[in-house]
Design a protein around this ligand. Structure first.
Ligand code: DGI
Ligand code: FE
Ligand code: FE
Ligand code: FE
Length: 184
């Protein structure tokens, strides 16, 4: 599947707002890849598809996670907001024949992060947070840091996300802490 086909697929599946967000992630990820020496094509493809199953019913995402031996069932004990990331990677592998594991892992870990992230994984994780459509307190600071250090920007995103979850008295997926510990 090429970038245009991926764009067509999400245009058909996602609501307008999420489609525009995905275009922003794709574009931002492509630029970050050029800057930090990752593959811009893989970055744009993963960015385009990263939220493809975001609006699938929870029970459908759960079934994908249970069916796939390569997706940890631990996700099911944490927020439903986490499920679309690994389920989306499985979906594009099964339905679009995408077999590039760098692209699939960048999609699978775009929400939680994990220990020892590749640059492509960091780029999708970060692009999701700072694409031009995002508007929340602190996003401009992270955009600024993203212009000089990929690791520092990912670190600040993890720090802010964990603080945000703690303030809302929500669970934190252990891999998010592991990603944080890796970069602190
Ligand atoms: O799908 P998006 O909205 O574009 O963004 P995302 O896939 O990064 O989802 C972010 C949401 O997930 C955000 O509301 C925080 C929430 N979340 C819930 N539990 C966790 C979590 N995020 C992380 N990193 N770790 C968690 O344990
Ligand atoms: Fe997402
Ligand atoms: Fe994210
Ligand atoms: Fe997203």
């Amino acid at each position: 599947m090429n970038i245009e086909e991926a764009e067509q697929a999400i245009r058909d599946i996602l609501p307008e707002k999420r489609y525009v967000h995905s275009l922003g992630v794709s574009e931002t990820a492509g630029k970050l890849a050029e800057k930090y020496g990752a593959d811009p094509y893989k970055a744009r493809l993963a960015g385009m598809l990263h939220d493809i199953v975001k609006y699938f019913p929870d029970d459908q995402l759960k079934r994908i996670i249970l069916r796939r031996a390569d997706i940890s069932n631990d996700y099911l004990a944490y927020s439903v907001k986490l499920w679309h990331a690994p389920a989306g990677a499985a979906y594009v592998q099964e339905n679009y024949g995408i077999d590039d594991h760098e692209v699939l892992n960048a999609m699978a870990f775009h929400t939680t992060g994990r220990k020892s992230m590749t640059d492509l994984e960091k780029i999708i994780f970060l692009a999701d947070y700072i694409e031009p459509g995002r508007d929340f307190p602190g996003v401009d600071e992270v955009r600024e840091v993203a212009g000089r250090s990929l690791d520092e920007a990912v670190f600040q995103e993890l720090q802010r996300t964990i603080i945000h979850l703690l303030n809302k008295r929500q669970r934190v997926y252990p891999e998010t802490f592991e990603a944080y510990n890796d970069l602190v």
